[in-house]
Design a protein around this ligand. Structure first.
Ligand code: GLP
Length: 246
């Protein structure tokens, strides 16, 4: 069971997004030039919207951080609307005026994915490491694109997407065949090295996996369960996702 965690249960998606944005903004206020880790998916969209509002109203300043994203499809073009690079610009980076030279997302067009993964890890190390890493969770327990398996990657790696993930992410693509079959993703060690984890989950579809991740056995079959080994995890959920956590 996860012990070193703080759990915030908010009424709904909007309240969850606002709470998570406040927690993240105070982490940035304490380390305004630090490196921070970002996630994609529909879960953090509301939080990113709230962060843009905070920046615009002068309540927070995110313009001096360095951003690292968890993952990217492979192969994918950076200007493909389904790429995570495009997602981050659209939902956050452009709205907070974060210069492109301080936003790092694994390159979905790299000639050699293995070389790209090593370079990505080196960039994180050069900043001194990630302060707060934002995470969502897949319905199968994946974090980043670390899928349930016998073994998990420690560092940023070229990974194969699980059928369940292809199926669930197909909603963003014209057809399921258009979903890339691979991705580049931070590994479990990369994620667990962050000083603090900020995990978000929303909706009844995440209730069961959140329970498994936080209270079930630590297993590579539920990659998020490895978060139980981290010393500082903050979880922000809405009522529906929290249903089995009491
Ligand atoms: C995606 C991403 C994850 C994300 C997860 C959940 O495939 N690679 O980083 O946390 O799936 O997505 P959503 O927030 O849309 O439920």
């Amino acid at each position: 069971m996860l012990r070193n965690f703080k759990l915030y249960t908010e009424d709904d998606y909007t309240a969850m997004s606002q709470k998570a944005a406040e927690i993240f903004a105070s982490a940035v206020a304490a380390n305004p030039t630090g490196a921070f880790g970002f996630a994609t998916g529909s879960t953090p969209e509301g939080m990113y919207k709230a962060l843009i509002q905070m920046q615009k109203s002068g309540k927070a300043d995110f313009t001096h951080i360095t951003a690292f994203n968890l993952d990217e499809y492979y192969p994918i073009k950076p200007d493909d609307p389904q790429s995570y690079k495009y997602f981050m610009r659209l939902h956050l980076f452009d709205g907070i005026n974060l210069p492109a030279n301080r936003t790092f997302i694994p390159n979905g067009q790299a000639n050699d994915p293995a070389v790209e993964c090593i370079a990505f890890e080196e960039k994180i190390a050069a900043t001194g490491g990630i302060d707060t890493q934002i995470l969502g969770i897949g319905t199968n327990g994946h974090i980043g694109f670390n899928e349930p398996a016998q073994e998990l990657s420690a560092t940023t790696s070229y990974v194969k997407l699980a059928d369940a993930t292809i199926e669930s992410n197909a909603r963003f693509f014209a057809t399921p065949e258009n979903v890339p079959r691979h991705a580049l993703s931070m590994g479990l060690h990369t994620i667990l090295m962050a000083k603090r984890i900020l995990l978000l989950a929303s909706g009844k579809g995440k209730a069961e996996i959140m329970h498994q991740a936080l209270f079930g056995p630590i297993t590579t079959q539920v990659p998020a369960s490895l978060l139980q080994l981290h010393r500082d995890v903050t979880i922000v959920v809405d009522q529906e996702a929290a249903k089995l956590l009491q």
